[in-house]
Design a protein around this ligand. Structure first.
Ligand code: AMP
Ligand code: ZN
Length: 468
């Protein structure tokens, strides 16, 4: 197992090995918690989870950081509109994000730093940049002078004379020397949250957050940095400019960017009002594992067009695998089976790993599973699968699921799936403070003999025993 990934920095596919010889250090640009995260965002977060899982699968230790951006223009605007303090506003959507992560079986990174808890690190970095002559002040805000960093633009390889200015709309940017200079610190505005600093009161720009938090937890140079393709410019170009200007060292060795989830050929985005949240899809009765399946069914460097039929097809594909696993579990212990079939499983394992080694080719990895299913189904029909074969195949699917995280590799019936759908609907109702609906679902489940228990880790359920 030698994982190779396409690196945006070098535009080549390169082996991933730990810079410090011990562990892979990886950073994901996390969500801005101003609303529910949509499944376009989750495509990128699923990709980084696959990467996380596969790195560990190959036996490499991993230390992974994903930030939460909990202060920005949209957050401040929305919090004000809803009459909440920004901490209360962002707490709500951070919690929703963590819940959605869990629903999609995304593993929690080792550290999830909040931007507002790392203002000191950002201030230090800005002070360093100021000392080194990379900044200037204009109307109380501090800007990065891109002209002071000769490598600016090398990463994204854009002809900067032609790129439209902007990226994120920034209402607070006043007089800049060069329209592409970007804000490091925004001056305080009346009624808005601010922090006092040696260069005046205000709040951080978005780009400085990631440089400060990634270097705090992962060091000045680390292995992997991941986000969607829209982050290549200007966000990642700016992160490099900020970090490398202060350390004089290469910031990140390997940059991974995943392509967009589209709707009718357009990027799924809140601003386009074409987004679906995970919760929207669960309310429609979709299994969250089908959503994850869909998001990871196409190679991450290819665009993926989202449709509800697509989720249905994913659900069918998933059912096919789960039904296969059920049938397989029913194979009795009568005879051990054919060693040739075990060798076939070894080949399927090797195809699975080769596909993932090759730039995390998930569609290739799934093809290896489906090819095996096709062949074994024929043998199951003829009752030619023995207990030893059964255990080999189940073992393979269990291992594959350590990466793909979508299959029912442990015994669980369709009835249980239905209970999970209702539990999620109830969580959604509670989140929307529709307690009447939430209580109704609880009562319906109780009538079916299912008792719920709300814990800090989420809702647990158990079947009441018959005597009750
Ligand atoms: P944001 O909260 O806007 O910073 O986005 C969080 C992550 O989602 C970033 O890595 C974005 O690049 C990514 N992202 C945003 N929209 C999409 C989309 N339609 N498809 C895939 N990734 C996306
Ligand atoms: Zn970032």
């Amino acid at each position: 197992m030698v994982l190779k990934l396409y690196n945006t920095l070098t535009r080549a596919t390169e082996e991933v090995t730990p810079l410090n010889g011990k562990e892979i250090r990886m950073y994901t640009c996390g969500p801005t918690v101003y609303d529910f995260v949509h499944i376009g965002n989750f495509r990128t977060f699923v990709v980084q989870d696959l990467l996380r899982r596969y790195i560990k699968y190959t036996g490499l230790p991993l230390f992974h950081v994903m930030n939460i951006t909990d202060v920005d223009d949209k957050i401040i605007h929305n919090a004000m509109e809803s009459g909440l303090a920004i901490e209360d506003y962002t707490a709500r959507y951070t919690e929703a994000f963590l819940e959605d992560m869990e629903t999609l079986c995304l593993e929690k990174p080792e550290v999830m730093p909040r931007a507002t808890e790392h203002i000191d690190q950002m201030v230090d970095l800005i002070l360093k940049l100021r000392e080194m002559g990379h900044t200037y002040e204009s109307e109380g805000s501090i800007y990065y002078r891109i002209r002071s960093f000769p490598d600016y633009g090398k990463f994204s390889r854009l002809d900067l004379s032609e790129v439209p200015v902007g990226g994120r709309i920034d209402a607070d940017e006043y007089a800049k020397e060069n329209p592409r200079d970007f804000v490091l610190w925004k001056t305080r505005k009346e009624g808005e949250k601010y922090w006092d600093t040696p260069f005046g009161p205000g709040r951080p720009g978005w780009h400085i957050e990631c440089s400060a938090m990634s270097m705090k937890y992962l060091g000045e140079s680390f292995d992997l940095h991941i986000g969607g393709v829209d982050l290549i410019f200007p966000h990642h170009e700016n992160e490099i400019a900020q970090s490398e200007a202060t350390t004089g060292k290469p910031f990140v060795r390997h940059w991974v960017h995943s392509e967009f989830l589209l709707v009718n050929g357009e990027k799924m985005a809140k601003s386009k009002k074409n987004q679906y949240t995970l919760r929207d899809l669960l309310v429609r009765g979709f299994n969250p594992m089908a959503v994850r399946y869909l998001l990871q069914s196409v190679h991450h460097r290819k665009q993926l067009n989202f449709t509800l039929e697509g989720v249905e097809q994913s659900q069918s594909a998933l059912t096919r695998v789960n039904e296969f696993l059920l049938r397989l579990r029913e194979v009795p212990d009568d005879f051990p089976g054919d060693t040739r079939l075990n060798r076939r499983v070894v080949r399927a394992r090797s195809d699975f790993v080769s596909a993932l080694d090759d730039d995390l080719n998930t569609s290739g990895a799934l093809a290896a599973l489906f090819q095996l299913i096709k062949e074994v189904n024929v043998l199951l029909e003829r009752k030619q699968v023995g207990s030893d074969n059964r255990d080999h195949i189940l073992g393979f699917f269990r291992d594959a699921n350590r990466v793909l995280a979508v299959f029912d590799v442990e015994e669980r019936g369709a009835e249980d799936d239905q209970v999970m759908v209702l539990i999620r609907e109830r969580e959604q109702a509670r989140f929307q403070r529709d307690y009447q609906q939430a209580d109704k679902i609880r009562a319906d489940l109780l009538r079916q003999g299912v008792e719920l228990e709300d814990t800090k880790e989420g809702t647990r359920w158990k079947k009441r025993s018959v005597e009750n």
